[in-house]
Design a protein around this ligand. Sequence first.
Ligand code: 13P
Length: 253
Amino acid sequence: MKKVKQAIVVGNWKMNPRTLAEAIDCAKKIARNIPKKSPKVILAVPAPFIKDIHKAVKLPIAMQRISTEEEGAYTGDVSAPQGMSAGATYTLIGHSEDRARGATHDIVSKQVETALTLKLPFILCVGESARDKDGTYLETVNEQLHSALKKLAPRHLSLLTIAYEPVWAIGKDATKVATSAECLEVVISIRRFLSDVFGAKKTEGVAILYGGSVSPETAKMFVKEGGVQGLLVGRESLKPKHFVHIINEVAQV
Ligand code: 13P
């Protein structure tokens, strides 16, 4: 697998904005201002907005989660084939907000299996909820990777992107902003996991992203010093000017 050639910036809108009109407006303002030499920009939007945003802008669209199942009696769930038929070409899997509401290791691993069956590229989110002095957080992340990727064969590696999102650094209530050194330590550990399981050469092309309170001020630092090939941006991706600023920062690295 070739080395990661193009950085990736994903905007995770979570359950925002309130209306389709606002969502289309935001997507257009972002798309219109993306520089020519840009990282790959993906918008992870709420399921009901996928089709219209896909029509409104040329950017790749991601689902924020997929059901473990492809169809059936699962009230409230959205399946990967449904999202794909509306225009999504990626999905997030295992976001910490999803894990906090019940997405167990088992569920996450089934979601991965479904994405693999459908050949749907996915961004697997991993990250510890707290740090301790003993480095248990590295084990936590390793366990998440191990259980999520147990069905992944080397031929599937092109579908995989990993996002490291320390839960303590996510959202406006974050306890603190992560440093690039804190990011780098875990990214090295993730690379080691990948190379132990699949081989270093085969996993060179798997992009690892950082997410957690990324802002225009910190974007470049994470990519330059944090060892990542891109970013997963939450609330700042809903502010077109800020998000485009972040994209520009990454484009310059
Ligand atoms: P914030 O950038 O709002 O902290 O969210 C990060 C995140 O969870 C992206 O998936």
